[in-house]
Design a protein around this ligand. Structure first.
Ligand code: F6R
Length: 215
């Protein structure tokens, strides 16, 4: 049975605290939960809140298993603009998640077999307990650009002009945003036992309204 709950909170900090409450409750229940964690600006307040709670001894992430949600194709993990680099700085290191509990996506140009292996490993472990997602202004989840097939596998995709435009701010110096990416597929995301979809700011108003009222 699936259930959708929509919470409208006063501001970004309140959203981040409410999201942290949900994550902490889940991890108390299932300390070794499998989570796929978005980057982007939106969940950063949640991650900061979890880091504070960990410092206060109220949150323990040492048994969690985390999965990389998406990555630009052809960008080295050592590039600070890579999503994995961002993930490492904002979540994995500050939360003390052991490297052996981190499942990376294969890089750009990886053979289909490597992408298939990511989905198979996830399936064998029982799928995600939680997907922490943001949403693009055009509705993308991870880098699954709409309209995405609900049964799509983890794959290499082409980014839309809207996504390239929206992500320009992260690249700087007029550097072109890579136009291909690897993304966890919709099938695994939708099969997650819980999905925490975070959205904040007026730029997201239209897409959130559209998604919450869609049949
Ligand atoms: C990032 C990701 C993207 C972002 C989306 C919103 O890992 O998966 O789908 O969640 O582009 O980005 P922000 O939060 O920066 O508005």
């Amino acid at each position: 049975v699936s259930r959708l709950s929509v919470f409208v909170l006063d501001d970004y900090e309140a959203m981040s605290r409410a999201a942290a409450d949900l994550v902490c409750d889940l991890v108390r229940e299932v300390p070794s939960a499998s989570m796929v964690l978005a980057t982007g600006e939106t969940p950063m307040g949640l991650y900061r809140e979890l880091v504070h709670r960990r410092a206060a001894g109220a949150f323990d992430a040492s048994s969690l298993r985390t999965y990389q949600l998406d990555e630009y194709a052809g960008v080295a993990p050592s590039d600070p603009r890579s999503l994995f680099g961002w993930m490492t700085r904002s979540v994995l290191e500050p939360l003390g998640i052991p490297p052996e509990h981190v499942v990376r996506l294969p890089g750009g140009g990886a053979p289909d077999g490597a992408l298939f292996a990511y989905d198979r490993e996830l399936e064998e472990r029982g799928g995600f307990d939680l997907a922490v997602l943001g949403i693009g202004e055009n509705g993308h989840l991870g880098f699954n650009e709409p309209p995405s097939d609900a049964g799509s596998a983890t794959s290499e995709v082409e980014l839309s002009p809207e996504t390239l435009r929206a992500n320009k701010r992260y690249w700087g110096d007029g550097a072109p945003v890579p136009n291909r990416a690897i993304t966890t597929g919709m099938k695994s995301l939708l099969a997650s036992r819980r999905i925490l979809l975070l959205a904040s700011g007026s730029r997201k108003r239209e897409i959130v309204a559209a998604r919450c009222t869609a049949p």
